[in-house]
Design a protein around this ligand. Structure first.
Ligand SMILES: NC(=O)c1ccc[n+]([C@@H]2O[C@H](COP(=O)([O-])OP(=O)(O)OC[C@H]3O[C@@H](n4cnc5c(N)ncnc54)[C@H](OP(=O)(O)O)[C@@H]3O)[C@@H](O)[C@H]2O)c1
Length: 307
């Protein structure tokens, strides 16, 4: 089979080449991958890994062989799945409890946009529950996680302020449910019960100034790569607020992956969640799409089709 493999010493950072077929464990199904999406974190992992590694966490495809322990959907099912790695290939082994069947009206491209970004959006928002009427500030709102978080928060009754870096990045965010889209977190007015913060550096400093008493700043990324200095005095205006770190793999119990993936695809199926696919290309165009994502030129998710 073919896989996209890291080649740090090659002409390009990734190369499409023949790789061995996966050998599923007892709890793993074999899935034929039709689409996968790229995550900003994976761009970093590619740089940090040596020769011959196949990345890939977000996949959508068809079950070729059900897990031997009977977990997960049966052979022939269209599925969305979350893997630790190895998903950017024609076939991948996936734990049965980390996949969900796709409703007929959900495409492979839409489903592939979901696992990492959708689970992160859903689960970071849970830190602010109940969201009905709550003011929620979302940084990186035009990105993969952000565009999903804006919709899920609005659907849950939150009043969403979406933060973008440049005016053109605000396009479409009101239609997704944001009450307002602002250019830079410095323009935010008032305080917020929940803040999803992924830019880091000065953005996190400002987020802490904007949280309300007993509110939560969920820190789930550091896209800027910049550190943040905080002190107790920063919380003076918001007693007992907290800064909550977040990692989607460990945020909830392992057996919650399948139900949460099923929830996300059901929201697409009923029309209340619309993954924003800012780039959809063949996996042969990986290099161009990765560059677009790195340069903050993808509105929403970048999806590659295994054609
Ligand atoms: N902890 C976890 O479990 C977890 C899970 C998923 C993602 N993450 C992290 O969360 C962040 C967002 O993920 P994503 O997939 O949504 O990424 P993405 O699609 O690349 O979106 C990132 C957004 O952040 C904004 N941003 C602000 N400052 C930035 C900077 N200096 N460099 C790059 N982007 C900047 C960009 O918006 P503007 O162009 O409008 O500024 C962009 O839309 C990433 O850092 C990712 O690694 C963490």
């Amino acid at each position: 089979m073919l896989g996209l493999v890291t080649t740090p010493n090659g002409k390009a950072p990734m190369e499409l080449r023949e790789v061995p077929e996966p050998q599923p464990q007892r709890n793993e199904a074999l899935v034929a991958v039709h689409a996968f999406s790229l995550n900003r974190g994976e761009l970093r992992s590619i740089r940090n890994n040596g020769e011959g590694w196949i990345p890939g966490q977000d996949v959508a495809g068809v079950v070729l062989q059900q897990a031997a322990d009977g977990s997960g959907p049966p052979v022939g099912s269209r599925v969305v799945a979350l893997t630790d790695e190895f998903g950017w290939a024609q076939h991948v082994a996936v734990a049965g409890h980390r996949m969900a069947a796709l409703p007929e009206n959900v495409s492979f491209a839409q489903a592939a946009a979901l696992p990492v970004a959708g689970l992160t959006a859903l689960r970071t928002l849970r830190h602010g529950a109940p969201l009905l009427g709550k003011r929620v500030l979302i940084t990186g709102a035009a990105g993969g996680v952000g565009t999903l978080a804006v919709q899920l928060a609005a659907r849950s009754g939150a009043r969403v302020t979406a933060v973008v870096g440049r005016a053109e990045r605000a396009a479409g965010l009101r239609e997704l449910g944001a009450l307002e889209a602002i250019e830079g977190i410095d323009k935010a007015q008032g305080r917020f019960g929940l803040i999803l913060e992924s830019a880091g550096g000065a953005s996190l400093t400002q987020a802490i100034k904007l949280v309300e008493a007993k509110g939560v700043v969920v820190v789930y990324g550091n896209s800027s790569g910049e550190p943040t200095t905080i002190s107790f005095a920063d919380f003076r205006g918001a007693p007992n607020s907290r800064v909550q770190s977040f990692s989607y793999f460990y945020s909830e119990a392992e057996d919650r992956f399948a139900p949460d993936l099923a929830l996300l695809v059901s929201l697409i199926a009923d029309g209340s969640l619309k993954p924003q696919i800012g780039a959809e290309r063949s996996w042969r165009d990986f290099a161009a799409v990765a560059e677009q994502l790195r340069d903050q030129r993808v509105a929403g998710k970048a999806v590659l089709m295994v054609d």
